[in-house]
Design a protein around this ligand. Structure first.
Ligand code: LLP
Length: 428
């Protein structure tokens, strides 16, 4: 949980009581710890410091300007997948020379925007895209660095919807096609083809899929070099896991132990694109109980004011998030395993749901929770990554505010949306 801990039965973020923040900003609210974000960034940097490594924070995981600024100031680069993310990264103070641009469907206007800003590298996902970038770069007399995103056909053993490196996925270029591109690289005279990129999916709970992919890539780099093309950069993408349950998970040094020897053998500079690892456990979503209700079938529902529009991961991926009252006499278990609910005295099994008109608007089913009542606050943990960024205004629900805690202080880093925000730009 990183910077979130219970002191005297109430939840704190760093040195600030969650209760105090909520009494000012209301609910639902995302609350992040600046220190946790920086500690995570530094952990990764330390684990991989043996070789020249550029960490590009994956903006899709949390694109708030203040979060990006925090990371930019720490020296981070950025992994973007759209013109909008590039805009955010630059606005937050990101150095364009540390920005990599991925995605299967870059549009010409986004490519031009990236060229204007002289970003560090395009991660290219198809021949068609390579042709577009080469043509557009030629038109403005530039020669951008390009990495081919390889689809190595490796199963990262994660959720099917977040698996990206298998042959049936839309991402990347298979080795046969990549070899053809390398042989014909002279055709793309307005790009500097100097890198390879791979992103297998996320979250990935062992280093093995990375190692297996890198072994295949190592052989391919040799082929490139034999063909006279030097591959200077290897981008291994993101996907580094976090603990959603409190159980121990693999740490950066464990990934590094398996990945670094292979990258050293390749003699490449390393780029990585972590998102979740840096921000996932650095943020919580706080929600207030609106009602509780029990059905004739003895099913007890806790209805809270956050919903699937605020945090869609449970609805979309059946993702597990720990949930516990902000104030509780019962200690949150160190480890909570979704397959075994531990019911102690004073607890009950409940379904935690939101107000949206969909059955999938469920954060947890049959979850053991201390008895709670209307008005109580719940903390939904591990919500710092793919929480706010995947939020929507479905059911015309204004999006939550976001708060960044720094030691004893906190700042609202995004205002809560209003009804007026919901209709902005619409015409009658
Ligand atoms: N690089 C590329 C090319 C990616 O597509 C992604 C994530 C990342 C890096 C960062 O992955 P991370 O280190 O954050 O795991 N919305 C989902 C995950 C889908 C991520 C898509 N791409 C979730 O809520 O778990």
């Amino acid at each position: 949980m990183d910077a979130f801990e219970y002191r005297n039965k109430t939840l704190f973020c760093e040195n600030v009581r969650i209760d105090d923040i909520i009494s000012e900003v209301g609910t639902p609210a995302y609350i992040y710890s600046k220190n946790a974000i920086l500690v995570r960034y530094n952990d990764l940097q330390t684990a991989f410091r043996d070789i020249d490594t550029l960490i590009c924070f994956s903006v899709k995981s949390n694109s708030n300007l203040s979060i990006c600024k925090t990371l930019a100031e720490a020296g981070s680069g950025f992994d973007v997948v759209s013109g909008g993310e590039l805009f955010r990264a630059i606005k937050a103070g990101g150095d364009p020379l540390k920005i990599v641009f991925a995605g299967v469907g870059k549009m010409d206007r986004e490519i031009r925007y990236a060229l204007e800003n002289n970003i560090f590298m395009f991660n290219v996902e198809s021949v068609a895209e390579l042709e577009h970038i080469s043509k557009l770069a030629g038109e403005v007399g530039k020669k951008p660095r390009v990495a081919l995103r390889i689809n190595p056909d490796i199963d990262p053993k994660t959720h099917a919807k977040t698996t990206t490196g298998k042959k049936e996925n839309k991402f990347g270029i298979d080795f046969t096609e990549a070899e053809r591109i390398i042989r014909q690289s002279a055709r793309y005279s307005s790009v500097d083809l100097c890198g390879l990129h791979v992103h297998l999916g996320s979250p990935i709970y062992t280093a093995d899929p990375y190692a297996r992919a890198l072994k295949k890539i190592l052989a391919f780099i040799q082929k490139c070099r034999n063909a006279g093309l030097d591959i200077e950069y290897l981008n291994i993408g993101g996907g580094y896991c976090i603990s959603y349950t409190g159980e121990d998970v693999i740490q950066p040094k464990d990934y590094a132990r398996k990945i670094l020897p292979l990258v050293k053998e390749m003699q490449c500079n390393l780029i990585m694109e972590p998102g979740r690892f840096i921000v996932g456990n650095s943020g919580v979503l706080i929600s207030r109980i609106i009602y509780t209700k029990e059905t004739l079938h003895h099913r007890k529902f806790v209805i809270c004011d956050a919903a699937m529009n605020d945090l869609i991961r449970p609805a979309l991926y059946d993702a597990f998030h720990r949930i516990w009252p902000v104030n509780s006499n019962i200690k949150m278990p160190e480890v909570e395993n979704f397959s075994k609910a531990i019911l102690k005295r004073g607890m009950e099994l409940v379904d935690i749901v939101g107000p949206v008109c969909e059955t999938s608007d469920t954060f947890a089913t049959n979850r053991a929770l201390p008895k709670i009542q209307e008005g109580d606050l719940l903390a939904i943990f591990s919500a710092g990554a793919y929480g706010f960024t995947m939020s929507s205004t479905y059911n015309s629900r204004p999006r939550p505010c976001e708060v960044l805690v720094d030691g004893d202080c906190y700042h609202i880093i995004r205002e809560r949306e209003t009804y007026e925000d919901l209709v902005r730009g619409e015409d009658l």
